[in-house]
Design a protein around this ligand. Sequence first.
Ligand code: GUN
Length: 280
Amino acid sequence: MANIIDGKLISDQIKQELKEKVSQLKNQNIAIQLAVIQVGNDPASSVYVSNKKKACAFVGIDSISYELSSDTTEEELLELIYELNESSSVNGILVQLPLPKSISEERILLAIDPKKDVDGFHPYNVGSMCIGKATYLPCTPAGVIQLLKRSNIDIEGKDCVILGRSNIVGKPMSLLMLQENATVTICHSKTKNLKEVCKKADILIVAIGKPKMITAEYVKEDAVVIDVGIHRDENNKLCGDVDFDAVFASCQAITPVPGGVGPMTIAMLLQNCIDSAWNK
Ligand code: GUN
């Protein structure tokens, strides 16, 4: 039976550590402010944004919200970003994705000052990560690395298979695992013999966006399974990309959904906000 990797517990420990750092910064008159922009009212995005703001409040980071209507134009959003780039009180800027189809995500992410890009999505920061320079790391992949390290799971020399190649998770995840000296394979919708490839993984990281797709047939006995997905199943219960009940019996360790990777994403955002204040 697997160990359950408790992302909620680990993220609570990190938040506690960060709260102390924020308080030390405040003693040196360094305040931290995060601007959070949401365009439209996608219910899932509203939940994420609200959780991010609550976490900021918990550690003592000030957050200011911009809740823009879904008919906001790209130019209007760009204007707001330019204003926040110039603001001396704002350290971090976060634009919640996805954006309405009428707005180019690429143009918006490129407009954010890389020094305030606490999501780590700007191409400058992506490039810095790629060559191993200290930078803002994208929060979900950085959270997975922390989960593994703080659970004493060795990464070096391990065969790591990543399912999914998104710019937010799959691609940066592969770079961070490579940096930790794993041997990395990235799979996607065109990968042949997916089950066989996954079954070779010592560490299987799933960010494929399909509810409960990964069953025991994909998982080597004693593998570590990290589930980045989050969905509602047929009974309206939260579930991941991994069929937890089917995989739990045979793997070494597994993250639950909810309470696995999700809370770690937010903890890493707080870390980036604190770094942004230091960098300033
Ligand atoms: N949408 C899904 N994940 C993320 C994230 O990490 N940051 C932002 N800004 N939007 C997201």
